[in-house]
Design a binder for this molecule. Structure first.
Ligand SMILES: [Zn+2]
Length: 378
């Protein structure tokens, strides 16, 4: 059977992109090859010998298992409290904002989990794929019009250039990939003002999306390895969904009538509606845009040594005028990055953001050896 089942859009997997993506991918390679040997995690508590094998040694398995069990039964955010602080959110019904994977900022012995979106006061520059056919271009433009009409307050201009605003690219399916899913992915980078690192009790951090990159497949392969192009509603549905990520909703809704579920029935249904010129709306994204960018949805205090690496990097960045931090989250991991004058990135990785959300004391900030040596020498 040919019908796609699930959207596979694992983020942070596409190499060769601008910004700090390439460095993030390089870290990913290092993690794969060198995890447990030379990557430095958080510094161990005082009095313990410095481990070169990462922080897992400090956490008895029983503690992690218990944390996982508790995490399953407790919702991650207090949405009622959020509605009290931001009445505009209360006016949006039936959204799945509670399923969002938030951006995170570990600093000064606490972790702020926050939302990040585009400012709505100016059109967002979008660059369509240079190799798009006239029909693909029309399709993507209908996706832009659909999101403009969805009540978020955002506007787009297609005068954008690749590497800024929201860029859309076609990528080739990986060898052997079958068309049992729409494969696509999106990254969305949130720029956080440096002063946010010291704002330990703010409800809203100075933060906004500054760059997103959407990567679409034109199709996959069937079971016999023959090219199997996406139908128009698969293509449009996939683009609608990826735009939801590019607009700031990371992770996926577990249920509900939103384009941000993984089930492709919902995205194809929405696509057919958009192709017919019917109005498009999405309560989950409307909820995100009912809140100011940078809204903190949860904040927890953790052991100070767990944010030590970030704190030292922030100090280093401040002394040298580096830009950042930029924060990115995917279905699994998160990244923090700073950029030097030449664009050289300094990237840190936070493993398993959703686990950190359930049990913040599992926060583990990984840095490449080169960066940790830099900080040690500072
Ligand atoms: Zn997705």
């Amino acid at each position: 059977m040919r019908r796609p089942l699930r959207i596979i859009d694992a983020m942070l997997s596409a190499p060769g992109l601008p910004g700090f993506v390439e460095a993030a991918v390089r870290i990913g390679v290092q993690v794969g090859v060198r995890l447990g040997s030379t990557l430095l995690g958080v510094s161990p508590p005082r009095g313990r010998s410095r481990s070169r094998r990462g922080p897992d040694l400090f956490w008895p398995l029983a503690v992690l298992a218990l944390a996982g069990a508790i995490g399953c039964s407790v919702g991650p955010y207090d949405m009622d409290q959020l509605e009290r602080e931001h009445p505009a959110l209360g006016a949006v019904s039936q959204h799945r904002l509670s399923d969002v994977t938030p951006y995170l900022l570990p600093a000064g012995g606490s972790v702020a989990f926050f939302l990040c979106r585009w400012p709505a006061d100016a059109p967002i520059p979008v660059s369509l794929p240079p190799d798009a056919s006239a029909e693909e271009r029309r399709g993507l433009e209908s996706v832009l019009r659909a999101w403009e009409g969805a009540g978020l307050g955002v506007r787009f201009t297609t005068a954008g250039v690749p590497g800024a605003g929201i860029e859309i690219r076609f990528i080739d399916p990986e060898a052997g990939a079958t068309a049992t899913a729409y494969a696509a992915n999106t990254i969305a980078d949130c720029a956080v003002a440096p002063e946010a690192l010291a704002m330990q009790s703010a409800n809203v951090l100075p933060a906004k999306l500054v760059f997103a990159s959407i990567h679409l497949w034109r199709g996959g392969f069937d079971r016999l390895g023959r090219p199997d192009p996406h139908s128009q509603d698969e293509f449009i549905g996939s683009a609608l969904h990826e735009f939801g990520h590019a607009l700031g909703y990371q992770g996926h809704a577990s249920v509900g009538r939103t384009i941000m579920v993984k089930e492709t029935d919902a995205t194809r249904w929405a696509a057919r509606s958009v192709l017919k010129g019917e109005p498009f709306s999405d309560h989950t994204l409307r909820a995100l845009y009912a809140l100011p960018s940078g809204t903190v949805i949860k904040r927890v205090t953790i052991a100070a040594y767990r944010t030590d690496t970030v704190d030292r990097m922030a100090q280093y960045a401040s002394e040298r005028g580096l830009a950042g931090p930029f924060v990115r989250v995917g279905d699994l991991d998160g990244f923090l990055a700073w950029r030097g004058e030449t664009g050289h990135p300094y990237v840190m990785q936070v493993r398993d953001v959703r686990k950190v959300l359930r049990d913040p004391d599992t926060l583990w900030v990984q840095v490449p050896l080169a960066v940790s040596e830099l900080l040690d020498a500072d």
